[in-house]
Design a protein around this ligand. Structure first.
Ligand code: EPZ
Length: 423
């Protein structure tokens, strides 16, 4: 297992380029299985999750290739012959559960392993299963697998997501587009990843009304063309870099390849701390300059366009350098604070009560060994290490490799002192 050895403190200045979005790429890859033609998706990031999901898709007999040197992914939908997704792969990445909707949509039957646990949770899939049942699929569970079947045409149905769920929205749309006479999904997720996914299906020939709203109506079409698509940039990577650029008073960075419209109110939150945050006229780049003194700003996560839960660890980490006490409340995942005790080892003053992290700064951080526990917690430890005095060893960086393409190269290029070492 690799670790990062990070020397701090180092201000960062220069240009960062955002990679393609992991959370947008995965549903696009699943959508390709609904077509019997060849598909191609560009701007796919070189991340472990993409390799894992490619393996899951190949397990159905589908010829799928990740041309990693070109960040391009292709597949030939006509070669799919086994509607299954095995435990040993699904357990590595819970988004593999999208195979349930894709295989039911394409083949009318599926045998897919239930996803395993996660570093935080619970992360149930009850809405996925109830929604499929409401759509008319026959569902059963055997030996840790979901086995499901459905007819060529499902009668009109509707389902309400409570709470709204990105994964359940994606799975239900995948299962409906080729089979349901009419499926109305209420309280559908509004995340940009989901909007792009629906727009891509529409480009393939799907009949979906209400894209971009919280009520989707899908009507069956008999076949879909292959997908030819440019994946969106990673809004969470963009947000991570914007927050990282605020933490050292001498930092100033320009982050390229973003979409301002997908960042919700993050820029406003950043400005409230006293940082400068300016977009170019096209909204494709943003310049962030750290403030002399960070004003503590509390946030609470919410579904899009609220503050993303995938940025709460990064925001709490930044608040260790703010002057005063503030709160980070996660209303999506009640216990996504495994990073807090690790930051405590660096000297941070964070108290977690229920689903709120109370952060008091300004605390000078000092290097230590810290343990990554999940994707976003680990990038927060890297951000903290970059402003900590001395050497910090961030262990188990395979968590990072799941969600941040070439992170150490990108940060080293703008002044960080990070060395990857094989453990
Ligand atoms: C997606 O996970 C993302 N993953 C997560 O990003 C992200 O944190 C999450 O959405 C929230 O934005 C991908 O896109 C691959 P949800 P997902 O279903 O779909 C509850 C990262 O770091 N719920 O929208 O699993 C659930 O418990 C990852 O890149 C049910 O109750 O999230 C949660 O409280 C981590 N029953 C809420 O909905 C269900 O059947 C939102 O979860 C499903 C979800």
């Amino acid at each position: 297992m690799d670790k990062f050895i990070i020397q701090g403190p180092t201000p960062i200045h220069g240009e960062l380029h955002v990679s393609g979005s992991k959370n947008a790429a995965l549903p696009l890859m699943a959508a390709c299985l609904l077509s019997e033609e060849r598909s191609e998706i560009r701007n796919i990031p070189r991340l472990q999750d993409i390799y894992t999901f490619t393996k899951v898709i190949q397990g159905t007999g589908t010829q799928a290739t990740f041309h990693q040197e070109e960040n391009r992914w292709t597949c030939d939908g006509s070669t799919l012959d086994t509607p299954e997704a095995p435990y040993d792969l699904v357990r590595k990445m819970r988004a593999s559960f999208y195979m349930l909707g894709a295989l039911l949509g394409r083949c009318g039957e599926a045998r897919v392993s239930l996803p395993g646990g996660c570093a935080w949770g619970p992360r149930p899939v009850d809405l996925h299963l109830k929604g499929l049942e409401a759509m008319g699929y026959k569902m059963s569970q055997k030996g840790g697998y979901i086995e499901a079947k459905g007819p060529d045409t499902l009668p009109p149905s509707s389902f309400t997501l409570q709470p709204s769920s990105v994964g359940a929205t994606i799975n239900l749309v995948l299962a409906a587009v080729l089979r349901s006479e009419s499926f109305r999904l209420v309280n559908a997720a509004l995340e940009p990843d989901v909007v792009q996914f629906c727009e891509a299906l529409q480009a393939m020939g799907a009949d979906i009304d209400g894209i971009g709203s919280s009520t989707l109506t899908i009507r069956k079409v008999t076949r879909l063309k292959g997908l030819d698509w440019d994946n969106s940039p990673d809004r969470i990577e963009a947000g991570t870099f914007m927050i990282a650029a605020m933490m050292h008073p001498d930092s100033v960075c320009t982050i390229h390849g973003i979409r301002r419209s997908e960042l919700g109110g993050l820029a406003d939150d950043i400005r409230l701390t006293g940082a400068i945050c300016e977009f170019n006229s096209e909204g494709t780049s943003v310049r962030v300059k750290a403030p002399e003194r960070i004003t503590p700003i509390s946030v609470r996560t919410d579904i899009y366009p609220g503050f993303p839960t995938d940025l709460q660890a990064q925001w709490a980490t930044m608040l260790t350098q703010a002057h005063g006490t503030s709160a980070v409340e996660d209303r999506i995942y009640e216990d996504r604070f495994s990073y807090a005790p690790e930051l405590g080892r660096l000297g941070a003053n964070i108290e977690v009560k229920h689903n709120v992290a109370w952060v008091t700064g300004h605390t000078p951080l000092n290097g230590a060994s810290v343990m990554s526990t999940d994707l976003r917690a680990s990038v927060s430890l890297v951000m903290a290490a970059m402003v900590a005095q001395g050497q910090t060893d961030v262990l188990r960086v395979y968590h990072l490799d799941r969600g941040y393409e070439a992170l150490e190269a990108k940060l080293t290029a703008i002044g960080a002192n990070i060395e990857r070492v094989k453990e």
